[in-house]
Design a protein around this ligand. Structure first.
Ligand code: GDP
Ligand code: MN
Length: 387
């Protein structure tokens, strides 16, 4: 789950991290009222789930209330990398002396957390990495030990953070790491982490991604759920409680179990096709779930053929078959459907499907055969088949 900048800052503040004071606004009037309460100068900031807002004109300093109004009006409705601005964050302006970069994320291959820190913040960190890789200090943190004070001090030194603020920056980073772990975040990124002209260390920006699987232990995460930006397909699938990820291809994929669904996506690629999605209908899926899944896939205009790959364990073959038949009754399926049905009660399922085969519904004996057929059909129907 991606947080807006202000949600990230509000989360940081709950852990005692220093962030500027601000208010959310949805209109120029809101923005002016907020600026009156906060006191000018303020910064008017677009709240979208993407970075590079400053360069796109989504972050503006306002010295007086007239400027707040005009900047708010200018930024609302702005398209930043495909994200339309509907929400603003009005924040007391900071006087910046230094801009640093700091982040924590999980390094899966190292099986450790990874901290990155640079004294050259404020700009794109990829640019810094390309220009001078040594300007970014990395630290691997064992999740059991955590980020210790001595290790953090060394890291801060390696990043060439000036001695005058090194201790304060180290303290902030230890707290930020604690917040990252406690909040079940996959990523926290602060760019820039600033030193003000008065010598205070402040987190001026935030990019926070939370692990959606941790919502059960954070009652307040429901609020972030409501502000997620999903594409239409993902929204529809989510409302049906399906595990769905939208992709760019033309073969709609339905499978039971995340492992089989991923393998199916791989096999579609292997035989020269491109999957339109990943969709796991889960274990023990019934007719209702299968019908819902087919509806979601069918509503994707890029889909040219549908591949249903089921290996029944808890999921029973006749339930799947009934679901497919039910779905074809309920909705006009625009694409041919290729089915591979195996496992528990596969024979019963195939028997149910038999009278419906021919035409747009077909069955293949193996996963590979089914993938080949679906890819061929997607190609024949004008879908994009990669060489
Ligand atoms: P991003 O472009 O999406 O990363 O948005 P940021 O929140 O990082 O803002 C972009 C840039 O605007 C920062 O790197 C700062 O240089 C500048 N900026 C943001 N807030 C302030 C502020 O309070 N005062 C000043 N002087 N500049 C700011
Ligand atoms: Mn930034």
């Amino acid at each position: 789950m991606d947080l807006f900048e202000h949600q990230g800052k509000e989360l940081f503040a709950r852990y005692g991290l220093p962030v500027p004071t601000g208010e959310v606004a949805y209109s120029p009037d809101d923005a002016v009222a907020a600026a009156q309460r906060l006191g000018v100068p303020v910064v008017v900031k677009a709240q979208v789930h993407t970075g590079g807002r400053g360069k796109a004109g989504g972050v503006k300093l306002a010295a007086d209330l007239d400027a707040v109004r005009s900047h708010a009006a200018g930024i609302l409705g702005l398209d930043i990398s495909g994200h339309i601005v509907r929400r603003l964050w009005i924040e007391q302006a900071s006087d910046i002396a230094e801009e640093y970069y700091a982040s924590f994320t999980l390094d899966r291959s190292a099986r450790k957390h990874l901290g990155m820190l640079s004294a050259e913040g404020g700009v794109d960190i990829e640019t810094v990495a390309a220009r001078d890789p040594d300007a970014i200090a990395r630290i691997h943190i064992d999740p059991v030990d955590g980020l210790t004070q001595p290790a953090c001090r060394q890291w801060v030194q390696a990043a060439r953070i000036p001695g005058a603020v090194a201790d304060v920056v180290a303290d902030v980073l230890v707290t930020l790491y604690g917040a990252y772990v406690d909040a079940d975040a996959d990523l926290v990124e602060v760019n820039p982490l600033i030193v003000t002209s008065g010598g205070d260390v402040v987190l001026l920006d935030s990019k926070v991604t939370l692990d959606a699987n941790s919502t059960f232990r954070h009652d307040d995460y429901a609020q972030y759920e409501a502000t997620q930006t999903r594409d239409e397909r993902e929204q529809a699938a989510h409302s049906k409680r399906l595990q769905y990820v939208g992709l760019d291809g033309s073969v709609g994929v339905i499978a039971n179990g995340a492992g089989l669904a991923m393998s199916t996506v791989d096999v579609v690629n292997q035989v020269g096709g491109s999957p339109a999605n990943f969709l796991d209908i889960g274990g023990g899926a019934n007719a209702e779930v299968m019908a819902g899944a087919l509806e979601v896939i069918n509503n994707d205009p890029a889909v040219r053929a549908i591949l249903i790959n089921i290996f029944g364990g808890i999921t029973r073959g006749e339930e799947i078959a009934a679901g497919i038949i039910e779905a074809t009754r309920r909705v006009d399926i625009d694409s041919p459907i290729v089915i591979r049905l195996d496992g528990t009660n596969a024979a019963e399922g195939r028997e149910l499907l038999e009278p419906h085969l021919g035409g747009a519904l077909m069955m293949e004996p193996t996963m590979l055969d089914a993938a080949r057929r679906a890819v061929e059909l997607a190609g024949a129907a004008g879908g994009q088949v990669q060489p």
